[in-house]
Each structure stands twice: as C-alpha cells, then as structure tokens.
Design a protein around this ligand. Structure first.
Ligand code: SF4
Length: 387
C-alpha cells in the first residue's frame, strides 16, 4: 500500500512534471515542435486519461494511444465463428469483455456472443481458461475457448495444454497476438501517412514481465527511436516520459526499463518455454490493421489437435471488412485519431451499446474516453501539483 501511494504522490508528480518541462524546453530549443510518444497499451491509456496526464504535459509533448487492447483488435471473423458455433450447440467459453464484442457482420440474427446467448446459443463467461477446462471436463460437451490476449495471457493457455490438463472436447480458437510487431506497424503508419512521427515508445509493462525487455530493445534499434517499459501507476508513466525525453535529448536508442520492480531483461523464461512449445509464430490479422507479419500465435506440433480452426474447418481471419461502417477504431488504435473525432462517439456508440470494438473493453480507448473524458482530471491535478 505504501508503495502504491508513492507512485500516486502529488508532491513527486510536481517534481517529475518540472523535469518533463525542463527536457521538453531543451528539445524545443533544438527545433522539436511536437514530441509524439506512443503509449502502446490500453492500460497505459487508462492511466493517462484517468489521472489527466495529458493535461500535465507541456504543449510539445503529445501522448498518443496505440493498438494495445486485445479485445479491440480481435478480428470480427473470430467473433462470427464463435457466434455460429454457439448457435449450433457448441459451447463457447469466453471472457466478459469479449462477450459484448460486436462483430461487423450479423450471424443468424446475432452480432455478439451476448446476442447469440439471448437467441439460445451456448455461451459461458469465465474468468480464466482453467475455469473453462474444469467446466468442459465436467460436462463433456463439445466446446471452444475464444482465446484473446497478448504475451501476458499466452502462458495461461500454454501451460495447461503442455501439462495435458485440457480435455479432448475443448478446442482453442486462438486470437492470441504479439505486441512488438503491431507497435512497429502503428509507428510506421504515421510515417507512411506523412504525419508527425512517433519519437518514442512507452512499452507495456505487463507484456514485458513475460517477454522481458529484449524484444523492445530490438524494435527500438530497428526503428531508431527509444523505448521505455513502463508500469501502470501515474508516476510510472510520468517517469517514463522523463526517461524518453532524456533519451531523445541524448540521441539514445534501445530499451530502458522504468518498471524495474517486475520487468527483467530476459523476462519469464519458464513461461516463454511453454509458449514456444505449444505455439508457433504466424502472420495474423489485427482488427482494423490487417495482417501483420509474425504477430500471431497458432497451435503447433501435437497441440494442433486442440485447434478449433482445424476441427471446424474455420477460415483464418484475413483482416478484410473488419470494421463496422463509419467506425474509426482503425485510426484510434494507431494514434491517428482521437475518439471524439469519430462522429459516432457517444451518439450511436456508447459503453452500454458499443457499436465499434474500441468501446467495449476497459482497455479500449473509446471506452476509456467515454468514461473519464479525454482530459480527465488534468486541470485539477495540475493546480494541485503546482504546474
Ligand atoms: Fe468505433 Fe465507437 Fe470508437 Fe467510433 S466511438 S471509433 S464507432 S468504437
């Protein structure tokens, strides 16, 4: 508890805020008009908006959201497959936010698993893959698990599979994705569109507890811009901004770790061993972004017998026609548009009736902005910390 209070201290926020201004001012005198930093992860966006961190930044420093919300980027086709199977009597296990995730196309009258359940589909919301394993084993029913998530979640599937805990009647519909390739994709997209380039990456702390810092170091060197792996408290993020500005000022690339209380260079070696045993890396579709090379995990070796795509002859998502008409999630998750720039925001699309995928999960940028507003508590906090 004491540590948590430390990472939310107003007094320290004031000091760190002044450091941010100092480096921003030094960069301004070198000709930087905008210093765009991408916070890859949905949880970072939550912290940024909830604590009003954008309002604490000097005008040169722009924090933009990236594609790090696993629910937002799960292809519509995965949801459509799950809806169809549930209405054919196959039990679909899923997490609560994926339960509400809208598909682009209606399948037999349903556009989400929630609607499929209302129409009599067999859908069960669980807290974990282990819950689904226990339930499917007890009931002996034909079942699939809609497996969404990033590197953080992957061990939760890999370990039970590798240890032979998964019953034969339960298959995996993998929408598991890897984060560094998507960060590369989003950052290069700003360059391709001739927009203000991203100058630094705020990399996801929880993903990096598994992967370690090394993949972000590699990406940073490839793109020639610094990365800082950040924790999720407001001062974690503010410190990460200081570290990035300092690296930009010194002309450094590579990854530095702010979230040292949990992230190591090599990550969780055991978890990675299980992931590599059960899955292989493949090209994969991200909703709104299309197919990104080497960004997905698919079952491999003896574990392909658990593959729902093979079992039911399902088409692998190819990223086409993946967004509902008018939804700007594809731009929102690449930091190219703010939720308020979508004409449907809080009119057609609301947290209670999400139209697009970014309005569903607590990590979805539109859902976060809908809940707290883009500025959050900025003005109040800025006054309190003396900025
Ligand atoms: Fe998509 Fe809704 Fe966000 Fe608009 S407000 S970009 S429709 S999720």
């Amino acid at each position: 508890m004491r540590e948590l209070e430390l990472y939310r201290s107003h007094e320290l926020a004031g000091k760190i805020g002044r450091l941010i201004r100092k480096y921003a001012s030094a960069l301004r005198s070198r000709g930087f008009k905008i210093i765009k930093l991408m916070n890859f992860c949905g949880t970072h966006e939550w912290t940024t908006v909830h604590y009003g961190l954008r309002g604490l930044m000097p005008r040169e420093v722009e924090l933009v959201a990236g594609p790090g919300c696993p629910v937002c980027i799960t292809p519509s086709l995965c949801v459509e497959h799950a809806i169809k199977l549930s209405l054919e009597g196959v039990t679909v296990y899923t997490f609560g936010d994926a339960f509400r995730l809208p598909a682009t196309r209606e399948v037999r009258g349903a556009r989400s698993l929630r609607e499929a359940k209302a129409l009599g589909g067999s859908v069960r919301v669980v807290y974990s893959f282990m819950d689904a394993i226990r339930d499917a084993a007890k009931r002996g029913c034909e079942a699939i698990f809609l497996a969404i998530g990033f590197e953080t979640t992957a061990p939760g599937y890999a370990i039970p599979l590798a240890r032979g805990l998964v019953p034969k009647n339960l298959k995996l519909l993998s929408a598991l994705r890897l984060t560094p390739p998507a960060a590369r994709h989003a950052i290069l997209a700003t360059v391709e569109r001739g927009l203000e380039p991203v100058r630094g990456i705020i990399a996801p702390g929880h993903v990096s507890t598994v992967t370690g810092a090394e993949p972000w170091d590699r990406l940073s060197r490839e793109l020639g811009l610094p990365a800082v792996i950040s924790g999720f408290e407001p001062l974690d993020l503010m410190l990460s901004v200081v570290m990035l500005l300092r690296m930009i000022y010194l002309g450094r690339v590579g990854a530095e770790v702010e979230y040292r209380r949990l992230v190591t260079w090599e990550g969780n070696v055991l978890a990675k061993k299980f992931i590599n045993e059960v899955f292989q890396v493949s090209d994969a579709a991200w909703r709104g972004l299309g197919v990104i090379p080497d960004s997905g995990l698919e079952l491999t070796g003896p574990y392909v017998k658990y593959d729902a795509y093979r079992e039911y002859g399902l088409k692998i998502p190819d990223g086409r026609e993946d967004m509902p008409s008018g939804c700007r999630c594809a731009d929102v998750i690449m930091g190219l548009a703010k939720p308020v720039e979508c004409p449907l925001f809080m009119k057609v699309c609301t947290p209670s009736r999400p139209y697009g995928p970014c309005m569903v999960s607590s990590e979805g940028t539109c859902a976060i902005w809908a809940r707290f507003g883009g500025g959050g508590l900025a003005d109040k906090v800025a006054r309190e910390v003396g900025l």
